[in-house]
Structure formats: structure tokens, C-alpha cells
Design a protein. Sequence first.
Length: 719
Amino acid sequence: MNLADAWQAAATLAAVALLFAGGGLLALLLLGRERCRRDPLALGVASLVAGTSLALLVALGLGAAGALSIALALPVAALLAGLLLLAWRRMAERAPAPQALMPPAGAGEQAGGALPAGPFQVLARRSAARLREHPVLALIAVQAAGSEALRGLLRPPLSWDSLMYHLLLAATWLQERAIGVVYGMFPTSFYGYVPANGSLWLWWWMAPSHSEIYVNLAFLPHWLLLGLATGGVARELGARRCWPLASYLVLLCPTIVRFAATQYVDILLAAMLMAAAFFGLCWLRSPRGADAAVAGLALGVAAGTKVVGPPYALVLAAALALAGRGAWRTRLRQAALAALLAALLGSYFYLRNMAAGAGPLALSCFDAAPPGAPPRSAPARSVLANLAPMLADGTLVDAFLGFTAPASLELGMGPQAVLLLGALVLPILLPAPWRRGAFVAWAEILCQVGIWLIVPAATAGLVFANVRYLTAAIGLAFAGLVAAAEVRGVAVRGLELLTAALLVQDLLMLHSVMPRGVRLAAAALDLLAAALLFSPALRRRVWRHLPALAGAATVALLAATPWLARFRAADRTRALATEFTAHDTLAKRFARAWGWLDRHGGTGTVAVAASPATYFIYPAMGMRLERRAVYANVNRQDLRSAVRYPGCWPRVDPDPEAWLANLGKLGVRWVHLSRVAENFPFPKESAWARARPERFALRYADAYNLIFELLPALPRRSP
């Protein structure tokens, strides 16, 4: 047994637990004990927002200082959690629980003690009660999330954007201990500048194990946050009883659950926007600094996560400001606090880009495509520019209905997409008491639909129209429609049955290709469930020994991590060559070369270049990130910033001697050259390497890849 693997798994679990423990304490301090026990949903949402915010603040601070290491980040996070715990205890001592919060007589004895339940105990009990209210919906959601989580544990990262830049940023920062601009040729020349709060969150899931083994699980907490916050918005819009239905509807939406175990950041972005909307609607009812603070944290995380984050966040904040009524001085102070917190968490990457001379969004680098590469112009490839042909050939309808193509697994919404048309008239559907909140949701939905029409690409056959950009709008629409149905007197039983039907459709639409390991795990759980169902004695024994069984299960899972690591390492090449998560990628053409590096590359630095563009650099780093993967420039200037070259295109003034010198400066041992299709030539470096056999030895070759080993220079002979 490899104890290092078990230790790294435990360290990953401990790091995540520590972050959310700190987030829970911060939520308690902000909301106060009375509100947390009265409104456990707010406590749950605030804890997830605060835990993520603490993680990003620690990583941003250390990364900006060039000291981003898990050996420093964990103690800093632990120190913050300790300070928050101390502050909470002092606050509790000064303000004992009021009598109104005590349980009824006899409740403590029934629970096995005389003390009233704490806020998190109330949260756990209320959550269990909500699950029991809708057992079928809960079972569907748990199984869908569980299957995606198991898939993520058994497979390497496979999705396009994950491999292209989200993981490249996180892994490079992990190796370099700083969060500078990641340098490379197109498209890294643009993606190295993107706002990357999501990649910083991924760093926390990679750094303890120095690997990619657990990173597919990184956004599952935010998948949960998205569901809770959507339910919270529905509740604030009037769904006092049926708000959990909105949670289930958004969690099982195909375009959401399909990306839950990838490194796409749309779920993180949408979860934070929904959390901000939830606390913003609470703030509309009664101006409280705590609500403004949590909303500000969430808006900041969202703004620093994706280039569409700032307009999404600004429109939501503006709508909340316009909908506010009364107590203007108080609201103004609280809005200023929210803006300060949002700037703290959301502005770093934009300010860094400006300092680098790229402008806040580095838009000058967006169109820096080389000859032969697909055009990058967003307006020309947008839904709006292609609306007529996409309607004519049915592509746009397919995008929303969740059409599954041979090389694509469910990037849409499913049949319930037609129900969301009602969101376009949401302020009319909800009566006066909730109309201000409906206006806020409606304004954000219109904003996201407008941006979706003009920003994301819609002409690529596999991505249809990138419905994932509308994740928060989908959540707001479901929340508003569930609320409208309840306040208009629609039968609760009817709503539940309709929701169950839609969730079953979601599972049918997903049509997932389930790995064997996931099927075996499901079979084992089915067997256990059947045994518990048919044996009351077994149920009593399990309940009596539940803490010990939970501890034993945790130990067993940690003990299994060496097997998981060995399986993942052995299966990585096959998975990259034959599988995909959301849609097919070019990774299959380079997988064998990456596999060769995994077997023979050791810790040697790899210089990566491809023709006509370098889409994937990250996989060359290896499962355990044992190798650096870099771009070695071809000119003597060797400016390590793409924006310093005309048009953000660093491959100018090619000089083989300069390239060789640049390889030496970077400490390169391996040179991986590739082409995306056989009709493209290999990069010019291949001819240079072949012309210098005394310095470059060809170690691997196939139709798409060449791997050279850079040999030491021969000593010069004395005359």
C-alpha cells in the first residue's frame, strides 16, 4: 500500500473541509445565531459562498506574493478558521441563545441530551426533512450526482476547456507558486489572461495531492450551492412550500449535471449569481448588512470567474438597487460594503491584465489566430449572426431540447426548455407582493439571454449554442415559475408530479455512457439498499453503530486510494484516446504521445507547440503534474508576454539558434510537436530539430505527434 496516496487523499479532504468549516463560521458571524437557526437555508447558502471566498482570498494573497504553496495555504486557512471560531465563541458568550430558540419540553431528552440544537444541527435536520418530503426527487438527484462523481473519480479530465486552459492555469500556478499570466502561442495567448477564480478553486483540489486525481469533484459543492440558492430565490419570490422543486429542476437540467464533474466554470459562476440573487432578494425585504455582505462576496467570485461575469454581476446589482425601497442611507452604506467585497474578490485578474499592458479583458489577443486556425471573431460566430440558418435547420431547437449527437452528450436542457418561455413575462406572472423580486430575476434573465445571443460561439457542430452560458438564467426561470405556480394556487401534488416527470426526462435525455466502475458501484449500493429495506434488524444495527461504520467507511476509502491512483495512471492514455465527457475533442489525436511521456518522460520539462494552434498543453504535465509543460519561443526577443508582440502573436522572426537557446533557458528535456489534422504540416521546429541530430533525438512519432529529446551539447574540441 502506498501511504503517500492515502495521505494525499486525506490532505485533499482535510483542505476542503477546513475551507468550508471556515465558511460556516463566517456565515454564523455574518448572519447571527438566531437567524441561522430560524433560516437554515440561508446558513447553507452563505456557508458555501463564504468557504469559496476564503479559499480564493488565501490563494489570491499568496499567489500575488509569489508564495502559492499548499504548505503555506493550509496554515493560513487554518489560522483564519481559528480566528473565526474564537470570534464566534466570544459573540456567543456575549449573546446567549434567547428562550424562544429553546426546543419544546422533552425534545432534548428525546434527542439524547438537554441542550438546544445548534445552527448546523438545525440545518442537518431541516435538510433531512426536506429530502423526506420529496423522496423520489431526492433519489433521482442523488443518483445523478453520484454517477457523475464516480465518473469523475474513475476518469481523467476530458472536457475541452478543462484541458485547454482551466487546468493549465491551475497546474502552472501550482508549479510556479504564483498566479501570473500563463504564456504561450494561440489560443493560450488569450486564455492566459482570462479571469480565473475558477482555476484558483481548482488549485485547492490539485495542490494537496499534486495531481489531477480529485479535480473532477471540485465543482460538485457549487452544483449543490446552485440548487440551494435557486430554491432560496423561489422561496423569496413566494414559493414558501414548493421551493425545493426549483432546486431539483435546476440540479438535474442536462446542461448542468453534465458539466458538474468537469472543470468548466459555468456552474461556479451561476451558483454565485444565484446566491447573490437570493441574498439580494432578502435585502429587498429588509436592509441587513449581512445579506449585502454575502451578496457582495458572491458577486465578486462571479465577476472574477469568467469574462461574462462582470456584466452578469453588474446587471443583477443594478436591478437590486433599482428595486430597493426605503432606508436609503442604510442601503447605501450596505451597498458600498457589498461593492468593496465584490471588488476584493472580483478585480484581481482585470487589474493584473491592465498592469501587463493587455487591457482588463485582453481583447486584443482574442482574435490573434494564426493562418489556418478557425476564426475567433465572436460576432461572426454568434447565435445572433447565425439565427436564421440555425432556426431553419433546427440546430437552435436541438440546442435547447438536449439533442445528443454521436460526438456530443447532452449540452442542452431537455423538453422542459419550452416551459421557460414563461420567464420572459415573469413580472406579470407574479402578483404585487413579489413583483419587485420578479423584476430583478427578469432583468438578469434578459441580460444573460442578450449576452448569450452575441458572445459565445454557436457555429461549431459539437457545442450547438453553448446553452451553459444561461445556467443562472435557467435557475432564475425555474425559481420564478415554481413561485408563480404556488402563489397562483396550482395544486402542490400536481407540481410534484410534473417535476418528477421532468426529472425522469432529464435522466433519459442524459444518455450517459457509464463506465463499468460506476455500474459496479451502483450495483453494490442497490444490494445494500435492498438488504436494509428487507431487514429491520440490519437497519437497527446500522443506526446503532452509524458513527463507527462511517469512520470505518472513511478509512476504507482512504485505503483504496492507492488502487485508485494506480488505476487512473494505467487508464489515462486509453481514456484520453477514446472517451469524452460533454463533447468529443482533439485530445484523442495526442493521447498516445502524452502516454509515452507518462511512461518515459519522468520529470523532464516539455516544450509544447502544435500546428496551426496549440490547444492542449496541460496533459503533457502528467497525472501527478510531475513535468512542467511550457512554450519555447522561436525568436531572440523571447518576450514572455504575448501582448508585447504585435497582434499577440509571439511566433515572429523565427530563428532556430534562438529557439535552441530558449529551450536551454527553460531547462527543456522533451519537445512535443503536433498537428491537429494530417493536412497541416508539423510546426517549423520539427525541421529545425531534424536538422540537428546531434542535439535532438526523435523518441516517438505518429501521424499527429513527434517527441524529440534534447541532448546535451557536445563539448568543444580544443584546437
